[in-house]
Design a binder for this molecule. Structure first.
Ligand code: XIL
Length: 371
């Protein structure tokens, strides 16, 4: 279809020249040289391409919506299915915003990846004051997972069941005073349910929707070998025990200084588990040192482009086809990226700019998807 239209246009162009109509020939030449307008990330990629989506922006910002509609064939719920959003009081679930995403995905025939069922962060206030014995905690945990998964049965294709269970040094998040030295860095689930809560989360989710694919998701696996090792050990142990795990999410929040060999190593080793591999939250910061005077120069954009292309190339090279669950960027454009408000810095980490126009890095990314 693509080459047919190129050849056709070339034939018409030369025929027109021969007929001596230079103006028409000029118009046709511009059409010939213009990039194919129908080409999008999703049509260029051999696997699904996703974005973390915010339902409010989807409903209120037409440029945002147009990019999501045309470029992506998978969406991930950015925040609306996290505990604090979906379970605002002990006996109350709020599915309204998640339902907006589910309806969008269904009506556009694209994949909906649910994020997430259990995390040490983004938990509601009421949870930290919840009092109960271990049976009550277990009931609470199981009820949450099964209520949310059942609600989206047949609508959500896959879940990040457990998010970020390990510290960077590879120990499990559970203690109050942690190696990362942040007060909230422990994990309420490990503390109240015991360290095998991760396996039980997968079991509970699987009972509620046996067709959903279940993922473990974490960050900086490309930087910290101890963390990568712990995740691989856990996954292999789960496979041996028959815990229903189908995939691993490599978040891939990286920056222009991230060593390439770490990226290669993480993708290769995680793919060796035989599970599906989702590059689940890709973005590339160009301002890792938080320079307040930084300018998004051509040289920064070139570095960023080559790293975006590198991630795609390594994914295609090292992950066998049947394990390629796809690549998802965390947010849609620089304007809605979580990096700016979270780290309070200037940055341009995504493929689309502040007005949702394609950036030069977009073309580097799409070319890597195609080649
Ligand atoms: C982030 C959201 O993008 C922010 O809007 C929110 O304030 C905090 O969480 N790893 C994850 C995601 O797994 O859930 C995080 O999302 C980004 C880091």
């Amino acid at each position: 279809m693509k080459s047919y239209s190129y050849i056709n246009r070339a034939i018409i162009f030369f025929k027109t020249i021969a007929a001596g109509t230079p103006f028409l020939a000029f118009i046709l030449l511009s059409a010939f040289l213009k990039p194919q307008s129908e080409e999008t990330l999703q049509s260029a990629a051999p696997f699904p391409i996703g974005a973390a989506v915010n339902p409010f922006l989807l409903q209120t910002d037409s440029a945002y919506r147009r990019v999501v509609e045309t470029e992506f064939n998978s969406i991930t719920s950015e925040n609306v299915l996290k505990w604090a959003a979906v379970h605002p009081a002990e006996n109350k679930f709020d599915f309204s915003k998640g339902d907006t995403l589910a309806e969008f995905a269904l009506s556009h025939h694209i994949r909906f990846h649910g994020h997430n069922l259990c995390w040490y962060q983004y938990n509601p206030k009421w949870l930290s004051s919840f009092k109960g014995d271990s049976a009550a905690w277990e009931r609470l945990f199981k009820t949450h997972i099964q209520t949310v998964v059942s609600h989206y049965k047949g609508k959500v294709a896959s879940w990040d069941v457990v998010n970020e269970a390990f510290h960077n040094d590879g120990t499990l998040r559970s203690e109050k005073n942690t190696p990362d030295n942040k007060p909230d860095d422990g994990c309420i689930w490990a503390r109240n349910l015991g360290i095998d809560y991760i396996a039980r989360a997968f079991q509970y989710a699987h009972e509620a929707d046996p067709d959903a694919l279940l993922f473990y998701n974490d960050y900086d696996q490309e930087i910290y070998p101890g963390k990568l090792r712990s995740i691989i050990n856990m996954v292999n142990y789960f496979k041996k025990r028959g815990v229903p795990i189908n995939g691993i999410g490599i978040q891939m929040h990286i920056n222009i200084l991230t060593p390439k060999d770490g990226i290669t190593n993480a993708i290769k080793q995680l793919a060796n588990t035989g599970l599906k591999i989702h590059i689940a939250e890709l973005d590339i910061s160009v301002n890792p040192r938080n320079d307040p005077n930084i300018i998004y120069s051509d040289s920064l954009q070139n570095l960023q482009s080559s790293l975006f292309a590198f991630v795609v190339q390594q994914y295609k090279l090292l992950v066998p086809k049947e394990q390629q669950y796809g690549i998802t960027t965390w947010n849609v454009g620089d304007a809605d990226s979580w990096i700016r408000p979270t780290y309070k810095k200037k940055d341009w980490p995504l493929l689309f700019d502040d007005s949702y126009a394609k950036k030069p890095v977009y073309y580097a990314f799409i070319n890597a998807l195609k080649n």
